[in-house]
Ligand binder design. Structure first.
Ligand SMILES: [Zn+2]
Length: 250
């Protein structure tokens, strides 16, 4: 679990994470294994203040799967919300997963994975894209918070993906920032047959967009190295608005 704080990139100081980054950079690798409030509250049978390391890649992914399974069954635990737990988090955060999802109001990541405060390092952006800013946030989570899993979660009926499947004229007709976002999604899309029904195009587009984000993230050198070293893993899934289930991609 030991990684170097020196990989922190100075330009990221400009982002909203600056104060947290500075606090973390001042000794992140030593603090990590000293106490893990996420883990010592993770299981009801675990002693209240037992220290343990981050889960490994497989366990972290399983926690996401288990949380989503509880959500689908309607058996949510709503963990890690009480004042005592939040008080523990004042000492620092040790989220077990980084999750990138769409800003869509119907896809609240902590809820659909049945997780609480301090459990997930969440990035939400329309179309769950991984562009420069998102990559920087993910680097922070992987290199300094040591999250053992990075999950990119798209969702069915994504408006951003639907818009990105529109015509070039429609995309360019949007304001500059929005058109750039849609164009970025569009560029990563395969050519779908015009004979394909719109609902199927969107469904295929959502999955393709997740895979594209996974690919882009894997090209970031620091993330590539962390994955190669087995410190983290990039996984992708698609959330079904109707069932509440996240379908994980191969
Ligand atoms: Zn969306």
């Amino acid at each position: 679990m030991e990684r170097q704080c020196s990989r922190f990139h100075a330009p990221l100081l400009a982002c909203a994470l600056a104060s947290t980054l500075l606090a973390t950079v001042n000794g992140c690798s030593d603090q990590h294994n000293a106490a893990d409030p996420v883990q010592h509250h993770a299981q009801a049978a675990t002693p209240a203040h037992a220290a343990s390391a981050q889960p490994d890649v497989a366990d972290a992914w399983q926690r996401l799967k288990d949380g989503n399974a509880r959500f689908v069954r309607g058996a949510m635990r709503h963990p890690h919300e009480d004042t005592g737990w939040r008080g523990d988090l004042e000492k620092g955060q040790h989220p077990f997963a980084t999750v990138i999802g769409c800003s869509d109001s119907r896809v609240p990541l902590e809820l659909l994975f049945d997780q609480g405060f301090g459990d997930l390092f969440v990035i939400r952006v329309a179309g769950n894209l991984v562009m420069r800013d998102e990559a920087g946030s993910i680097e922070y989570a992987v290199l300094h918070l040591h999250t053992p899993i990075v999950a990119i979660v798209g969702h069915e009926q994504c408006g951003a993906v639907t818009a990105a499947l529109g015509s070039h004229e429609d995309i360019m007709g949007e304001p500059q920032e929005l058109s750039e976002l849609l164009a970025t999604i569009h560029v990563g899309m395969p050519e779908f047959s015009h004979a394909m029904p719109q609902a199927e195009r969107v469904k295929a587009g959502v999955e393709s967009n997740v895979r594209q984000a996974m690919h882009q993230l894997a090209q970031v050198p620091s993330i590539h190295d962390a994955v190669a070293a087995g410190h983290t893993r990039i996984v992708g899934g698609v959330y079904d608005l109707h069932t509440g289930q996240v379908r994980w991609l191969d």
